[in-house]
Design a protein around this ligand. Structure first.
Ligand code: SF4
Length: 341
């Protein structure tokens, strides 16, 4: 999730597109009730509009932001239009099959309702195809209380993730850039390794280092990489290794650094064969009835819970309780929530 922080005021801004990610499923999007009808192009739009709304959900307060790509006004109605570019338009193209686009539309329509004190807004969702004239528009009118209800559900689901990300932006990155070397002494040669790695990362360059066993290559690479992350010279750090033992050393190095930076999160990713939640524990996947992943019972709804609900619960459990998420932890939490890791 992306959040933006005003460094002067510490105010948190979150886009409607980020919150819309928490829309659950096609079934929820239409609820069997929404009726978006296909419509022709409208004339005389009043231009677009940037939208914002202060939100408080649980312990977190932030400003929700979004935009109306176009607004149409008559004496009786206000219509907000959002555009989405897709590969091609077919007979199945419809916002009720597109929960994330629909959710973004709901949130923007709700913001417009609040800003202009409107009792209802007509939402017009239009699909376009790049480089072609093709377009398909769908409209539906929503009362303010319906938009509020849908928006509150989405915001409540997203709020814990906004809080985690905002904490990282506000405190995690500054703490990483000031982080001290986590061990008592720096070995001979290690200091040059660290400086050179940091300089290469900061300048966007490449570095090939050859160093003897025992010098501490793992921490010499990870420590400057995380300092560079804190300084926002890099976005993410991937530490690739072919060996489990060096992977474990990297995880331990992250644990040692997380003592200084509690917002630090590291995830160990292994092959599908090693992490399949349907395996027998012997690191072989597809053990269940010898079928392929498309038949896996963890895909789709389980015990009436949609995939996205289980995914979000598992993500929160991992992010709120663990600094370093290793493969065993990932498998255990995936199994608990009936998910493919
Ligand atoms: S989809 Fe199911 S069978 Fe396939 S790797 Fe994931 S958990 Fe295993």
């Amino acid at each position: 999730m992306k959040v933006r922080i005003d460094t002067q005021t510490s105010e948190i801004f979150v886009g409607a597109d980020e919150i819309a990610y928490f829309a659950r499923s096609k079934k929820e999007a239409d609820g069997g009730k929404l009726c978006f009808v296909s419509t022709d192009a409208e004339n005389s739009p009043f231009g677009g509009k940037d939208l914002s709304l202060p939100i408080t959900s649980g312990d977190i307060s932030f400003t929700l932001t979004g935009s109306a790509d176009l607004i149409y006004r008559t004496d009786e109605t206000v219509t907000l239009e959002k555009f989405r570019q897709i590969g091609r338009i077919t007979g199945r193209t419809n916002p009720t099959r597109d929960p994330v686009f629909l959710a973004e539309g709901f949130l923007c329509a709700y913001m417009l309702c609040c800003e202009e004190h409107l009792p209802a807004v007509t939402l017009r969702l239009t699909y376009t195809v790049q480089g072609r004239e093709d377009a398909a528009s769908f409209i539906c009118t929503f009362a303010e209380n319906v938009l509020r209800h849908m928006s509150e559900i989405l915001i409540a689901r997203a709020a814990p993730f906004v809080a985690i990300q905002a904490e990282k932006e506000l405190h995690g990155y500054p703490a990483l850039s000031d982080m001290a070397f986590p061990y008592r002494e720096i070995r001979e040669g290690q200091r040059d390794f660290i400086y050179d790695t940091y300089r290469a990362l900061k300048s966007g360059g490449r570095l090939l280092v050859c160093a003897p066993t025992g010098i501490g290559k793992t921490i010499s690479a990870l420590y400057p990489a995380l300092r560079a992350l804190g300084g926002r010279h890099v976005d993410k750090v991937f530490y690739l290794t072919a060996k489990t033992v060096t992977g474990n050393a990297a995880a331990q190095a992250c644990r040692d650094m997380a003592v200084q930076v509690p917002q630090l999160r590291a995830v160990m990713i292994a092959s599908k064969e090693r992490t399949c939640a349907q395996s027998d524990g012997g690191f072989r996947h597809n053990q269940w009835q010898g079928r392929d992943c498309r038949m896996c019972p963890f895909i789709g709804e389980v015990n009436r819970k949609p995939y996205e609900e289980r995914r979000d619960a598992a993500m929160l459990e991992l992010l709120q309780n663990h600094f370093v998420i290793d493969t065993g932890m990932l498998c255990a939490v995936s199994k608990k929530h009936s998910l493919c890791p």
